[in-house]
Ligand binder design. Sequence first.
Ligand code: KG4
Ligand code: ZN
Length: 392
Amino acid sequence: MFSENLFDIIDSIFSWTKKIEKPTIDIIEKSAIKITFLLYFLIIVLITEDLYLQKNKKMPIKILGIESSCDETSAAVISNSTLLSNIIANQDVHEKYGGVVPELASRAHQVNIIPVVDMALKKAGINKKDLDAIAYTRGPGLLGSLLVGGSFAKSLSLSLNIPLIEVNHMQAHILAHFIEDNCDVKTDFPFLGVNISGGHTQIVYCRNYFDMEIIGETLDDSIGEAFDKCGKMLGLKYPAGPKINKLANEGNENKFNFSKPKVDGLNFSFSGLKTNFKRFLEKNLKNDKFFIEKEINNLCASLQLIITEILFEKVKLAAKQKKILNIVFGGGVSANTKIREIFKNENNLKLYFPKLEYTTDNAAMIAIVGYLKFKDNLFSELNLESKARYSI
Ligand code: KG4
Ligand code: ZN
């Protein structure tokens, strides 16, 4: 049908040939001319269409994200907001020290960074020449660790001649929410970000992607440190948070009571709880040197409950004060099942918990911020210094 019409069109276009038709041009020659013109016509149509598509088709933006702020070396590739790979190398070297040793962390990053980036590109099926930009964690974190990721990102952006994008690690924990497969439904702005990690405890008023304000934070230890330091007293290796969570599942959370700190407004304090917990253990160990062994599950459950309640009350207060019901969680501690459970029983709030793989430190969250900044042309200079302290 289509080809018949085309023949008619070509016939009409070339009808003038009929007028000069000579008896010497036989039927085969005329058909050959028509077919040749038809082929030319089709080629022209295809080329024009291809040029049009190339001009109008928006190629997805491909960003390599690099995270090295603490003790995880991670690289991820994102295509727009769809994650293609997220490789994380943990550093077991710190376990026996009961916390992260900065010098050992930066050395481990140096060893891990090239294979981790290589794996992320391979898993994504991307050649580094196809990347549009490199995003990296500028801070906050351990300076030595940040410098490894930062220097690598800068060198790669320079050698590939593509833009560099600096990322604030704490913003990234919240903005991980916008990774395509993280939450089925995305929240609108404004919302409250709740960053609960090994280094931070923050309630953040988020007006827009990069318009954030901390409205509550810890005055001393972070919530993750409360888990890790109390866990260390129980003989649990770093990071103790997940281990406490697991043991607590087998324990009675109402067996022991620990008092809540009195802190005004939306700020937190966890160092008092740590001291209470220490004294409580010392007192009981005097009477029974096997107290911890016997009560480990109940101790973990009771500790987890008090930490959860402290967080819960402050977040509820923030939601009430700011009249915002949408709450986006981020950071390693947001993996905790008791925290998820207690919040989910609060029907007034609309909660967004990250998938487990996006809770602890990862480069996927750096890559999504890279994408959001790329769209706004928020690029960085190569001489930007890494920042151990870097507020949202
Ligand atoms: O976000 P993250 O990986 O690193 C920082 O930016 O600090 O958080 C690490 C923290 C550690 O304190 C770890 O003990 C805690 O997250 N954590 C947990 C759980 N999983 C990780 N705390 C309680 N329950 C968990 N399931
Ligand atoms: Zn973190």
